[in-house]
Design a protein. Structure first.
Length: 277
């Protein structure tokens, strides 16, 4: 299994490259091979420890395109990036086992599943067989229904997310996945209100203390726009930076972001402050 440099000793930065025409903040920007390859090179030079390629939008109300279209978007770029940067760690963001399988064969190192294995019954057995790292994200419903799935009852969002991540982990282990393959992602913005996202950030240590490396994807999300009254996704950098500083302080293992250069600086500075306490 491949991990970022200095794994376990500092927060890694994962750069997002969406190969879609309809992702919420950069749809259509990198869905041409030359642009995606240039962006990968730029992110690596800016301090990315790994890259996360996605060919299916998971924004609210996104249309699911199916495995054939997802693979058509993904594989040429994945192969080109792997050829140009043979040592870079590459994650692929998909909830379809067939896509994950082809991605691993084409050189991907991690699979990042926004459904945590819920959407495709073949995903967990595939991950078990591949013995690759697997990002198990908390979510409910689909892109079209998740905003209707925000009721966590009396237990509240933190305990609700924690219990559902534990249950998903149990399913993964029963399928043969090893615990050391897993990363958890609490799924900011997926089946959570703005208030619930903020509560999760306030209590990140509760999740970190479970001992499974935590990946966090706050970049340009709606809840940041809501707090800042900023409707433009690309104008939410400083809000994203604030969340990332909080995440470093809490001991988050990986930050998944669009703006690699600035967030790499945030992580470096926040880590330096933390190491001098």
């Amino acid at each position: 299994m491949r991990w970022p440099k200095d794994w376990g000793r500092r927060t890694a930065v994962m750069g997002v490259i969406n190969l879609t025409p309809d992702s919420f903040s950069d749809g259509g920007q990198f869905n041409q091979l030359d642009r995606a390859l240039a962006e990968a090179s730029r992110q690596i030079a800016s301090g990315a420890d790994c890259l996360d390629l996605g060919a299916q939008s998971t924004r609210p109300n996104a249309v699911e395109v199916g495995k054939d279209e997802e693979l058509k978007r993904l594989l040429p770029t994945l192969r080109a990036i792997r050829a140009a940067h043979p040592k870079v760690l590459i994650s692929v963001d998909t909830f379809l086992a067939a896509v994950a399988n082809h991605a691993l064969e084409a050189g991907a190192d991690w699979i990042n599943d926004v459904s945590g294995g819920r959407r495709d019954s073949e995903m967990l057995p595939l991950i078990a067989k591949a013995r690759c790292p697997f990002v198990l994200m908390h979510s409910r419903g689909t892109s079209r229904t998740m905003d209707l799935c925000t009721d966590y009852g009396e237990q509240g969002v933190v305990q609700g997310v924690l219990e559902e991540l534990r249950a998903a982990t149990d399913l993964a282990l029963k399928a043969g996945v090893h615990r050391d393959q897993l990363l958890w992602d609490p799924g900011l913005g997926f089946a959570k209100t703005t208030a619930q996202n903020l509560t999760l950030l306030q209590q990140l240590n509760t999740l970190v203390d479970e001992g499974v490396p935590l990946l966090l994807g706050p970049s340009r999300k709606r809840f940041i726009g809501s707090v800042l009254d900023e409707p433009r996704a690309r104008a939410r950098l400083w809000g994203t930076a604030a969340v990332c500083a909080r995440a470093v302080d809490a001991g988050v293992a990986v930050l998944r972001v669009h703006d690699v250069g600035p967030i790499h600086q945030v992580v470096t500075m926040a880590s330096a402050i933390g190491s001098n306490r």
